[in-house]
Design a protein around this ligand. Sequence first.
Ligand SMILES: [Zn+2]
Length: 262
Amino acid sequence: MTRQSLSQEEMIREAARLLLSSKYVMALTGAGISVESGIPPFRGPGGLWTKYGEPPMNGYEIFLRDPKKAWEERLSPKGPTKEIWSALSTADPNPGHHAFAELEQMGILRSMITQNVDNLHKRAGSRNLIEIHGNFSLIRCIECNSRYPAAEVPLKTLPPQCPQCEGILKADTVSFGEPIPRDALDAFFQESEQCDCFIVAGTSATVYPAASFPLAVRERGGTLIEVNLYESEMTPLCTLSLRGGSAEIMPKLVAAVKELRQ
Ligand SMILES: [Zn+2]
């Protein structure tokens, strides 16, 4: 019997066995898990860009050209920015976020990477977390990468300056055309070298640097577990594909791990 012909319950038990027999489990999450908390996606039906049109692909260059103007726009958001801000500030972690935090507390999940900026993994209790695209509730210095809670940054003069190095402060969320902050990228590669089992949830993992990762784990002989509503380009690489949302599947996976451990 091939794995794909197993029932969902059997596949979840099999995934739990893989987690328990691995040395260094990591996870990657993307927009799918945020959608389950009511945050609209960018693309596809109901997507922000489907509704408002694609944003300029050189957002970082626009910021650097006139940081003051970019800050003024941030402080009086319109259109898609306003919509996403209101969704981000009212969303709460869902059972999928809580399940990842629990897996970490159980000592199963060693670290996770998220492409989401919504702060929901942190709020659910995940600690060893790499937010590769930044966090909407933080402000970052573009020179030294120091991060500050947005509410604590004085905005009398725009753009605000870094108290440590006087560099320009910008939203921590990574803009189009902006390099991924060095510290996040280094942490990502350092962690991923040790990984022998990788859970990919709510993303098709097609955006760099996350895209290179599933393949690297497979080449090292590791296992890949996918938790996604639909098949993706990554599906053929996966050891196990669990079809469903993270809010549905992840708590079941945690329960299966607990049961096997008894
Ligand atoms: Zn600085």
